[in-house]
Design a protein around this ligand. Structure first.
Ligand code: ADP
Length: 352
């Protein structure tokens, strides 16, 4: 018995061997079960026949593997079964070579339908939640404006009949109303960052940094901020305005949480992988303990009281939302008293 053949046939992993143009040469028992076809049936088909859109997802792949000397290649693909139901499959492709030429592709198939369903449910829940935040914050604004309005009226019209303690209470109410208003505004801004239709265009990263600096120009001057921005920053694919917002929130924090020295903000960018750049924004501020590294990205979570440092705790939540909507990631590195660095990834226009 041919051991290799048996390893292929008996494997618990669904496997198919296809020619570079997609013709199915072999399919094992598990592949038959997964795609609900007999092994014989599969051998009569081209891989394209198993796709809903009849697409040849492997077009040109053999050459790509040859020219780039790739070990393997991975994709997720939706397959159709004979009863027209579909199944999401993680496809891992390795090349079968003869004299350095790719003569066949070995596909290992894994059912990820449940995971895809969970992702879709999560996405739908997120949309519902954002809708809820948007509506709730809109609706909360109206009674709040009315509370503040009437209390102001009370103070103005009946001020002479109210004693000092009464005035103090009224001022507390107005103060709380103002704080609540700014929280609502922040929530609206946060939900806008999630709902806003992103433009997806190529732009120089430096231009979004400039935009952020322009918005903060007064605070930058007052705090004597020193920037260190390289001149050879890359092109990014995404929404320039929203990325400027990320820089604005990070710079604003570097200024707010500055140490004894004037703030120094150093920016750099380097390739992260084939499709993303890694951007670093480093400051020399007060820093924070890394045990809070996840908490600081949550809505309204902050490490200080408003009296110590003003703010509502939404800046980093917005930055995270914007970066994730660009399919990137954001994370910090910091130590108390030793400054903070925020790292995030953004889509590259072409190979970094
Ligand atoms: P806010 O500044 O309004 O509190 P953020 O969401 O921007 O909201 O930040 C959350 C918390 O993370 C801040 O309260 C602060 O404790 C911490 N933080 C963020 N950036 C920095 C920084 N550059 N240096 C030190 N601490 C920071």
């Amino acid at each position: 018995m041919d051991i290799r053949r048996a390893a292929f046939d008996e494997s618990f992993i669904a496997q198919m061997l296809i020619s570079p143009d997609g013709q199915i040469l072999e399919a094992n028992h598990q592949a038959g079960l997964l795609l609900q076809r007999t092994q014989n049936e599969l051998r009569q088909l081209n891989h394209r026949d198993l796709s809903e859109e009849n697409a040849n997802i492997f077009e040109g792949l053999a050459e790509k593997i040859e020219t780039n000397n790739l070990e393997n290649w991975q994709t997720e693909h939706r397959y159709t079964r004979t009863d027209k139901t579909t199944v999401w499959i993680d496809v891992n492709v390795s090349a079968v070579r003869e004299d350095n030429k790719v003569v066949a592709l070995l596909l290992q198939l894994q059912d990820i339908s449940a995971q895809k369903q969970a992702e879709e449910d999560l996405h739908r829940n997120n949309i519902d939640l954002e809708q809820f935040v948007h509506i709730a914050s809109h609706d909360l604004r109206e009674p709040l404006t009315s509370i503040a309005g009437f209390v102001t009226l009370l103070k103005r019209r009946y001020g002479d009949k109210i004693d000092d303690q009464g005035h103090q209470y009224i001022d507390e109410v107005l103060d709380s109303a103002k704080r609540m208003e700014s929280k609502i505004d922040d929530l609206l801004e946060f939900s806008r960052a999630g709902r806003f239709t992103l433009t997806n265009a190529a732009f120089p990263l430096g231009s979004s940094i400039e935009e952020a600096k322009r918005t903060l120009v007064r605070r930058i001057q007052e705090a004597h901020v020193v920037f260190d921005v390289p001149s050879d920053l890359p092109m990014i694919l995404g929404d320039r305005g929203m990325i400027a917002q990320v820089f604005q929130n990070l710079f604003s924090n570097s200024i707010k949480y500055k140490g004894a020295e004037p703030p120094k903000i150093k920016i750099s960018a380097e390739p992260y992988d084939d499709n993303f750049w890694l951007i670093k924004v480093q400051d020399n501020g007060i820093g924070f303990d890394m045990e809070h590294r996840d908490r600081i990205f949550q809505v309204f979570q902050r490490l200080y009281t408003v009296e110590q440092y003003p703010g509502t705790g939404i800046g980093l939540a917005i930055a995270k939302k914007v970066v994730e909507r660009h399919r990137g990631r954001i994370w910090p590195f910091s130590e108390p008293g030793r400054g903070s660095t925020f790292f995030f990834t953004l889509p590259a226009v072409s190979h970094p």
